[in-house]
Design a protein around this ligand. Structure first.
Ligand code: PHE
Length: 352
């Protein structure tokens, strides 16, 4: 068999294919089920045994050569197609690429990160505490005795063995004090406790069963230069609200009752929506209640292992949802846990 003649004919057939459709036809004729190349390779079985190895080798080499020629021709067509596309203006290399979708930070995370940055820059340390808390730390140690109505005002999810889902981040106050005292208390102590808290509430646009707070606690010596007063508390709160609400704020204190602070306050900011003129959001008062705070009650210092004659402190408990709602003008608290992507995607991708 004259493989040389076959070789020339086949390579010529590949070279003659004028476009990729013609190339596909040629390929089918050569390599299809009844293709010529396939036939040649198969014909080895009809030869006498001695002739088979040499013929088989030559046939396979030829097959590979023709295959390579087909592949090379196909590449040529692809390259030519790309050049045509580029020349035809279908591809504009100056057009911006398609941006891959990226996740966004949850608005509570954004505000919490900012607050943590701010407070750590002021020398506060981040403390964690357990979400499953004991009755002792959640209530007793915070000067809330068993028959105290404050226990009912914080509708508690009770678990077994006097454990509960913490109703606020305040239990971490006493935990922190006890730990600090055990380690040889070195005033001043300044901590923040961002965390999740739980209350058995009927959920509506202003109530959730799961929400986020950020507790703050500062304790220092009562006497000498370091004595802490309500002025320090107000200053700290104003600094922090200015940062998270992104504007200059006015604050006012009203008396507020919490058994673990004395005196206790409700701190209000001037309403961002009406600039103090009165609107539905601030119920026409010009002020919005934003965070409860106060001077740490002597019994709480005692529960933490400190002598209230020697030490003073202030504490605050910020409801993060509330701050986020004010900052972004969100009017339904259920949005936070709702998982609606259209809501979440409105917030910036990167916060720091
Ligand atoms: N723990 C209180 C609450 O959740 C808030 C609070 C914290 C009040 C610290 C005063 C001081 O309602």
């Amino acid at each position: 068999m004259d493989t040389q003649a076959l070789r020339e004919r086949w390579l010529a057939a590949v070279a003659a294919a004028a476009d990729s459709a013609a190339l596909a036809d040629a390929e089918a004729r050569l390599f299809g089920p009844k293709g010529e190349v396939v036939d040649l390779v198969r014909s080895v079985t009809s030869l006498p045994k001695e002739a088979r190895p040499a013929f088989g080798k030559a046939a396979n080499a030829l097959k590979q050569e023709v295959e390579a020629a087909v592949a090379a021709r196909r590449e040529q067509f692809a390259a030519a197609a790309m050049v045509r596309e580029l020349d035809g203006g279908a591809f504009d290399p100056t057009e911006p690429g398609v941006r891959a979708p990226r996740g966004t930070l949850h608005p509570i995370t954004i505000v919490q990160n900012e607050l943590v940055d701010l407070f750590t820059s002021l020398g506060f340390q981040w403390q964690d505490g357990p979400e499953v808390e004991s009755e002792f730390f959640n209530f007793d140690a915070l000067n809330i005795p068993g028959d105290h109505p404050a226990r009912e005002s914080q509708d508690t999810f009770w678990l077994t063995d006097k454990n509960l889902l913490r109703t606020h981040t305040s239990p971490v106050q006493v935990r922190t004090l006890q730990r600090a005292v055990k380690q040889g208390f070195q005033p001043p102590l300044k901590v923040i406790v961002p965390g999740r808290v739980f209350r058995s509430e009927t959920v509506d646009r202003t109530h959730e069963h799961t929400f986020y707070q950020m507790e703050g606690l500062v304790v220092d010596r009562a006497h000498g230069d370091s004595g802490i007063s309500i002025a320090n508390l107000i200053h700290t709160m104003k600094t922090c609200l200015r940062v998270v609400l992104e504007r200059d704020v006015q604050v006012r204190l009203r008396p507020g009752f919490f058994p673990f602070v004395e005196p206790g306050f409700e701190l209000d900011v001037n309403c961002p929506f009406c600039k103090g003129q009165g609107c539905p959001v601030c119920k026409q008062s010009g002020w919005i209640e934003i965070l409860p705070c106060g001077m740490v009650h002597p019994n709480v210092l005692r529960a933490g292992g400190l002598d209230p004659e020697e030490f003073v402190g202030f504490a605050f408990g910020m409801g993060l949802q509330r701050v986020v709602m004010l900052r972004y003008g969100i009017d339904d608290i259920r949005q936070f846990m709702g998982g609606d992507h259209r809501f979440l995607a409105q917030f910036p991708e990167v916060s720091r």
